[in-house]
Design a protein around this ligand. Structure first.
Ligand code: AMP
Ligand code: GLY
Length: 446
């Protein structure tokens, strides 16, 4: 089979890596790919947002299945374009992707279908936002402000006071920090708890949950500094009991998939729910219409089943016929970034030590922002450069391997968090010394 992966980050490298393991795959193309992907697939110089060109390519080369990584092509209707031409593509339609691309749609959808989420008010002007913010008592701070549209993970502000919140609202709505994403903002209650990333595949009807992960959103250790796309991840989550897992399936995924179908936005693809586990129960922070990045880097190595078969079953609406098997291993991904990310940073730095690091037991290095220079040397080309991932029987071993590998890789402005999965290691140790098995080992059963 010929497969085309759309995108060029760490998530797409992980998808391509897993797809490569399938005996069904004869040719693997990635558009546009990166330096790491180029070593294991044919990179095609088409931008991920050029949906028509991608469909032309798939048609011309008779690609059997296209797999979309990022949200932008989905929002631009790549699934609709492929469907029109009778081409198979794994990814949600533009109408279904609104669950990610419009936070207002997502929140109102959750209310309509009784999916638990934080209370909110939608404001269409700066004045309305100020009135809403001033109505809140001191005890109702911090408050969360969210720009409505896509803002590359940066459109969310947590404000400690009314004046901070008004300043943030002015940045978004008056100074248009995120462009038209600031036409409307959500003023939302702040939720306390543990954040977990949940994923499920759906063919529009059947819901197949995948294993859980935890992501590190803030740039610095101890969750300080601004939000990023994700600085590291581990799987499984250490906060999800089988009971909570089933609760999320029943209260979030099943009503979401049913609700999208009822509203004429049948959801086919992977649905990602960012969930806060609060004292009152699980609450949805956001939905995304794609795999997480770096969550895919810790999720896919644990998948024992054939990924092509799973994705095809989703596209061909027969997800209820497949069995999924997961490894009980733990996975840890440490993102190596360019110093200064998520704000300004420099690129074009020579990346050394990849071979040595990649040879360590259980380690796989997924490339994100890398490219090859004229001499074929790997250089950095983005904020997040690499996702150094390790798989082992315990979090301690996986964590040690990932950090040992990261230490072997050098580029002059490299930066990474030092505390990825530390919490998982501590909880696992404690569970071990208490004589209990670690929690969160759930697999893909329904
Ligand atoms: P979102 O893009 O909506 O997921 O928001 C980005 C990040 O902001 C989330 O992953 C959370 O860490 C944080 N966040 C969003 N909404 C809330 C909330 N209501 N309470 C607390 N933290 C939140
Ligand atoms: N790591 C968070 C995301 O992919 O949105």
């Amino acid at each position: 089979m010929k497969i085309l992966v759309v995108g060029g980050g760490g998530r797409e490298h992980a998808l391509a890596w897993k797809l490569r393991q399938s005996p069904d795959v004869t040719e693997l193309y990635v558009a546009p790919g990166n330096a790491g992907i180029a070593a294991m697939a044919d990179c095609v110089p088409i931008d991920a947002s050029s949906t028509v060109e991608l469909a032309d390519f798939a048609e011309k080369l008779r690609v059997d299945l296209t797999v979309v990584g990022p949200e932008l092509p989905l929002t631009l209707g790549i699934a609709d374009e492929f469907e029109k031409r009778g081409l198979k593509l794994f990814g949600a339609s533009a109408a279904a992707t609104e669950i990610e691309s419009s936070k207002v749609f997502a929140k109102e959808f959750m209310v309509r279908h009784k999916i638990p989420t934080a209370k909110f008010t939608c404001c269409a002007s700066y004045e309305e936002a100020v009135t809403t913010l001033r109505k809140r008592s001191k005890a109702e701070y911090p408050v969360v402000l969210k720009a409505d549209g896509l803002a590359a993970g940066k459109g969310v502000v947590i404000a400690e006071s009314a004046s901070d919140a008004e300043g943030a609202a002015a940045d978004i709505m008056k100074r248009r920090k995120f462009g038209t994403a600031g036409d409307r903002i959500l003023v939302e209650d702040f939720l306390r708890g543990r954040e977990v990333s949940f994923f499920a595949l759906s063919d529009g009807e059947y819901v197949l949950p995948l294993v859980t992960c935890q992501d590190y959103k803030r740039v610095a250790d101890a969750d300080r500094g601004p939000n990023t796309g994700g600085m590291g991840a581990f799987s499984p989550s250490v906060h999800v009991s089988q009971e909570v897992f089933e609760q999320v399936l029943e209260e979030v995924f099943i009503p979401a998939i049913r609700g999208m179908d009822q509203e004429g936005r049948t959801y086919r693809g992977v649905l990602y729910a960012g969930i806060m586990l609060t004292e009152q129960g699980p609450r949805v922070l956001e939905f995304n219409a794609r795999f997480g990045d770096p969550e895919a880097q810790v999720l896919l190595p644990r998948l024992k089943s054939n990924l092509v078969e799973l994705l095809l079953a989703t596209v061909e609406r027969r997800l209820d016929t497949v069995e999924v098997e997961w490894s009980r291993d733990r996975t840890v991904c440490v993102v190596m970034a360019s110093e200064g990310y998520p704000e300004s940073y420099q690129t074009g730095r020579s990346v050394d030590g990849l071979e040595k690091a990649g040879a360590l037991q259980g380690v796989t290095i997924f490339h994100a922002g890398t490219k090859q220079d004229e001499r074929g040397k790997v250089i950095s080309s983005g904020g997040r450069v690499l996702g150094v991932t390790a798989q082992a029987g315990t979090f301690e071993e996986a964590r040690n391997a990932a950090y040992a590998a990261a230490e072997l890789i050098h580029f002059s402005n490299r930066y990474f968090r030092k505390d990825i999965a530390r919490e998982a290691e501590t909880i696992e140790h404690k569970a071990h010394s208490d004589g209990a098995s670690a929690r969160g080992t759930q697999g893909g059963s329904r």
